[in-house]
Write a protein that binds this ligand. Structure first.
Ligand code: NAI
Length: 344
C-alpha cells in the first residue's frame, strides 16, 4: 500500500518508519500541508495521511476522489478540519481516537503551574542572574475550583490530576459520565454555574458547531474576575478577540493556550525571522499573563508511538479486512446511515 503523508515533521518519520517496518506500507513523506494546491501530490497513492492543520474541504475531497483515492487516515483524534458531510460516501475517514490522554492532560497542568507560579518568568530572570522575586507571587492550587468542560478521556485524566492537588472540580459535558460525579469533590453542574464558580477553566471538549466560540465575550463576562483560562483542545472553542479584550480589561487573570483559532497559518513552523501577520496572536503572546505553546500537548514519545501504531493498524484493518473500528466517516455508508448519525 502506498501512503501519501502530509505535513511531515522529523518526529513523525521516526515513529512511522518504525511502525510500518515489514508491514507492506510504503510511505512518501511530504513536508507541505494538504491543501487544494498540494493535493495533486497524492496521485499514485492508495491513501492519504493528514494531521490537524491539513485542509480536507470539499474541493480536496473531490480531487482525492478523482485521483482514485478513497481513504484518509487522520493521525489525530479531532476531525474538525475535515468536511465530514462531503466526505460521507466518498472517503473512508479513519482516526486515532486516543493516543495518550495523559500527554495532553499533563501538558495542561504544566501550563497551569507555569502560569500561576510564574515559572516562565523565573526561567528568564535567573538566566540573567536576576534573583529578584518582585512580581512573582503566585497562588496555591489547593482548595481552588477548576471548571472542566468536556469530561472524556483527556478531561477525566485532567480531573484526576487536579484532585491530586486538592482542587474542587466542577464539570460540564453534553453527555455526562455516569460514574464521575461523587457529589462532593467532583460535581456536574450547568455551564453557567461552572463559569460563575470556577477559579480556573479548562477546555477538553471537541470543536463542533455547538462548541464554536463556546468561550466568547458573554461567557467570559460570566466568569470570575481573575479566572485562568486553559485551552489545550481546539483554538476556535475560544473567541480570541474576546479573550484579548477580557485580558486587557483585567477580567481574565491569565490564559494558557496550546491551540489558537488561526493556528494553521503559524503553528508547527519557525516564524522567528518574520513579522507576525496576526495582530491578535502577537498581542496575546506579548501579554505577561499569557502562555502560548504551539499545539504541543500531544507531543510525547508515548503518544507519537501510539499515533503511528494505531494509524498503521487502521489502514491495515481497512485494506485487509475491509473494515476499521476507528472509521469516523463511511465511504460505503448509505444516506440512512448518515441520518441515523452513523456517518460521524
Ligand atoms: P473525548 O471524545 O474522549 O471527550 C470529549 C468529551 O467532550 C466527551 O465527553 C463529550 O461528551 C464532550 N462533549 C462533546 N460535545 C460537547 C459539548 N457541546 N459541550 C460539552 N462537552 C461536549 O475526547 P478527548 O480524547 O478527551 O479529546 C478532547 C479534545 O482534545 C479533542 O476533541 C481535541 O480537540 C483535543 N486534543 C488536543 C490535543 C493537543 O495536542 N492539544 C491532542 C488531542 C486532543
Amino acid at each position: 500500500m502506498k501512503l501519501a503523508f502530509f505535513d511531515t515533521k522529523p518526529y513523525d518519520r521516526v515513529a512511522f518508519d518504525r511502525a510500518v517496518e515489514g508491514r507492506g506500507i510504503e510511505i512518501k513523506y511530504f513536508e507541505t500541508k494538504l491543501t487544494e494546491d498540494t493535493v495533486e501530490l497524492a496521485a499514485g497513492h492508495d491513501a492519504v495521511c493528514a494531521f490537524v492543520n491539513d485542509t480536507v474541504n470539499a474541493a480536496v475531497i473531490d480531487r482525492l476522489t478523482a485521483l482514485g483515492i478513497g481513504t484518509l487516515a487522520l493521525r489525530s483524534a479531532g476531525f474538525n478540519n475535515v468536511d465530514m458531510k462531503h466526505a460521507f460516501g466518498r472517503l473512508h475517514v479513519l482516526r486515532v481516537p486516543a493516543y495518550s490522554p495523559y500527554a495532553v492532560a499533563e501538558h495542561t497542568m504544566a501550563l497551569l503551574l507555569t502560569s500561576v507560579r510564574r515559572i516562565h518568568k523565573a526561567y528568564i530572570r535567573t538566566r540573567d542572574f536576576n534573583f529578584s522575586l518582585a512580581g512573582m507571587t503566585g497562588f496555591d492550587l489547593h482548595g481552588k475550583t477548576v471548571g472542566v468542560i468536556g469530561t472524556g478521556r483527556i478531561g477525566r485524566v485532567f480531573i484526576d490530576i487536579c484532585r491530586g492537588f486538592g482542587m474542587r472540580v466542577l464539570a460540564y459535558d453534553k453527555f455526562p459520565a455516569k460514574d464521575l460525579d461523587n457529589g462532593d469533590t467532583v460535581r456536574y453542574v450547568a455551564l453557567d454555574t461552572l463559569l460563575a464558580e470556577s477559579d480556573i477553566l479548562s477546555l477538553h471538549c471537541p470543536l463542533t458547531e455547538d462548541t464554536y466560540h463556546l468561550i466568547d465575550g458573554e461567557a467570559l463576562k460570566k466568569c470570575r474576575r481573575g479566572v485562568v483560562l486553559l485551552n489545550t483542545s481546539r483554538g476556535a472553542l475560544v473567541d480570541a478577540e474576546a479573550l484579548l479584550a477580557a485580558i486587557k480589561s483585567r477580567h481574565v487573570g491569565a490564559a494558557c493556550l496550546d491551540v489558537y483559532e488561526e493556528e494553521s497559518d503559524f503553528f508547527f513552523e519557525d516564524h522567528s525571522g518574520h513579522i507576525l501577520e496576526d495582530d491578535t496572536l502577537a498581542r496575546l503572546i506579548s501579554m505577561p499573563n499569557v502562555i502560548v505553546s504551539s499545539h504541543q500537548a500531544f507531543l510525547t514519545e508515548e503518544a507519537l508511538a501510539n499515533i503511528a501504531d494505531t494509524t498503521v493498524g487502521n489502514l491495515l484493518a481497512l485494506f485487509e479486512d475491509g473494515q476499521c473500528q476507528n472509521e469516523v466517516c463511511y465511504k460505503n455508508g448509505t444516506a440512512e446511515d448518515c441520518k441515523s448519525g452513523k456517518c460521524f
